[in-house]
Design a protein around this ligand. Structure first.
Ligand code: S3P
Length: 443
């Protein structure tokens, strides 16, 4: 369906110092949800700070294909969504192209399960390998007519509910700590009769719960149990998307591992369910200062000052794993630059991201002469001297950006293959990296 990536490479040559003040693009998770909730709300939703990455544009295009009028993003990343209410979507004329975005396909599964029209979703070669059984299992329990390929991968196909048919409310114990699965079940719960609840084995990002509240839809959170009753309405509101802490992490690690300098990253989302990377990097002796903490659009934000640091290897606290799940590729680069060994366990979910992130990072680190040992659910990384060489991003945006910043401590050029996907989450990454002092060329 999507165009397969051409083959953009990054050539990162060593640089000593990083300096400056930057603002990273909007949060990916919040941007996706702002379109989804805006489309299903009654009234007009104004979004500022939207992430114009390919993943969020795939969500936007999917809702346009289901009859929702959306304007933007403009040059200031403002978006206007003309919502049509929970029952206002119309049948898409063709299969929805979800590109590379796991969040879009899994959250949309919950929404499409409640519709009275047929739909089908698939994406690029990476997304089409990722597990969808995790959302299909609970949705089938709710009575949805939903299926994927025999091996549980996309396409995900939903059949219309019958005229008199409604989804059933269920209680679902999430088998894995996944905000996408939690959100999928809660979104389907808006279309079910009765109260749907989920319990999560570890705290995961709570943007869905926060945004339900912002849109006036009642949701109850009691410890690790979240409940939602079907049949209420979403009312349009204004959403200010904070800077994405996942994107900021590349610059946190860059600032820490650079031999000299300091970077200030402005307006970063500091939702407590997302700050695992800050906890981990501080435990590694990283000099990070969180400043100007404030609330913006229902989410806490702050500025982060990062200074060059002598990092130490640590045993990563498993409780931080879901709170830092997207940040591990960058944290692994910090570990490669630290004194001693960093050990991660309880992170088997990393194997089913845009790539198998444990193996992809281990392969690249090994090429750059960093010793590591891979486990089913984690990795040991022994800090050392990053050398030079050609590594493969395996078509994964976060692997590409992580090896780009590794060049700050490399003895020679690091070439990274297959970097097109950086545009899925961080379209201006190369410009910002060069602005602070990295030396990154694209070929
Ligand atoms: C996301 C949840 C996480 C994360 C992904 C975004 C979300 O996925 O890795 O990038 O927006 O809900 P899982 O739910 O699979 O952990």
């Amino acid at each position: 369906m999507s165009q397969e990536s051409t083959s953009l490479s990054f050539i990162a040559t060593p640089a000593n110092a990083v300096n400056g003040e930057i603002t990273v693009p909007g949060d990916k998770s919040v941007s996706h949800r702002s379109i989804m909730f805006g489309a299903l709300a009654e009234g007009t939703t104004h979004i500022s700070g939207f992430l114009p990455g390919q993943d969020c544009l795939a969500t936007m295009n999917s809702f346009k294909a289901m009859g929702i009028e959306i304007e933007g993003p403009d040059a200031e990343q403002n978006v206007t969504v003309y919502g049509k209410g929970l029952h206002g979507l119309t049948a898409p004329e063709k299969p929805l192209d979800i590109g590379n975005s796991g969040t879009s396909i899994r959250l949309l599964s919950g929404i499409l399960a409640g519709q009275r029209f047929n739909a089908s979703m698939a994406g690029d070669s990476s997304l089409n390998k990722r597990p969808m059984g995790r959302v299909i299992t609970p949705l089938k329990q709710m009575g949805a007519n939903i299926d994927a390929a025999v091996d549980g991968t996309p396409p995900v196909v939903t059949q219309a509910l019958g005229q008199d048919q409604q989804l059933n409310a269920i209680h679902y114990d999430l088998p894995m700590a996944s905000a996408q699965v939690k959100s999928c079940v809660l979104l389907a719960g808006m279309y079910a009769s009765g109260t749907t609840s989920v319990t999560e084995p570890g705290i995961t990002r709570d943007h869905t719960e926060r945004m339900l509240t912002a849109f006036g839809y009642p949701v109850t959170v009691e410890g690790n149990k979240i409940s939602i009753e079907g049949g209420h309405k979403l009312k349009a509101c204004d959403i200010q998307v904070p800077g994405d802490i996942s994107s900021a992490t590349f610059f946190m690690v860059a600032g820490l591992i650079a031999k000299e300098g300091q970077i200030t990253i402005k307006n970063v989302g500091m939702n407590p369910t997302r700050i695992g990377a800050i906890n981990i990097l501080k435990q590694m002796n990283g000099d990070l200062t969180v400043m100007n903490e404030r609330m913006a659009g229902g989410e806490p934000v702050a500025d982060i000052l990062v200074k060059s640091s002598n990092l130490q290897g640590i045993d990563i606290d498993e409780r931080d794993v879901p709170l830092a799940i997207d940040e591990f590729p960058a944290i692994f680069i910090a570990a490669a630059c630290a004194t001693g060994t960093t050990r991660l366990r309880g992170a088997e979910e990393l194997r089913v991201k845009e790539s198998d992130r444990i193996q992809a990072m281990a392969d690249g680190l090994t090429i750059l002469d960093i010793n590591c040992t891979v486990y089913d659910d984690g990795i040991d990384i022994i800090g050392g001297q990053i050398t030079s060489g050609t590594v493969d991003s395996q078509d994964d945006h976060r692997i590409a950006m992580s090896f780009a910043i590794s060049s700050l401590r490399a003895t020679g050029a690091v070439t990274i293959l297959d970097c097109d996907n950086v545009a899925t989450s961080f379209p201006n990454f190369v410009a910002l990296a060069n602005q602070v002092g990295l030396s990154l060329n694209q070929e």
